[in-house]
Design a protein. Structure first.
Length: 127
């Protein structure tokens, strides 16, 4: 009984430590600037990516970002990915900190606007 209680306590301490570490990394990303953008160029060798996005005034601009060493890449389903997944023309969500990208996530191909465009009207009585 004592052994079981000690194992449970050790597991709880370990889990709390992992959760706190994860909170710190999530908090760091929450402090970054988030942009919806379209990739225009990916240069993995030089560690840069160029994107087209709207500025504060709604005017389109093109920006080149340096990729951080610890950058996180995610596909449209939220699974971990590599820089090789990203191509010119991909719509992405980018998170920037101190002029470097720390996270890039592909935007889902079937977004709400795509679904609205693809729905067809049905007449009463149609199956």
């Amino acid at each position: 009984m004592l052994r079981m209680a000690l194992c449970s306590a050790a597991t709880l301490v370990l889990c709390v430590g992992l959760i706190r570490a994860d909170d710190k990394s999530t908090k760091d990303i929450k402090n970054g600037k988030k942009y919806h953008a379209t990739i225009t160029k990916v240069d993995a060798k030089n560690g840069t990516i160029t994107v087209r996005m709207k500025d504060k005034n709604g005017k389109e601009e093109e920006r080149m970002f340096q990729l951080a060493e610890n950058i996180r890449y995610f596909d449209s389903d939220g699974h971990a990915a590599t820089v090789d997944l990203f191509r010119s023309g991909n719509e992405v969500l980018v998170i920037e900190q101190e002029g470097k990208l720390v996270q890039i996530k592909q935007r889902p191909k079937n977004s709400a606007t795509d679904k609205e465009k693809s729905t067809t009207e049905t007449k009463p009585g149609d199956k």
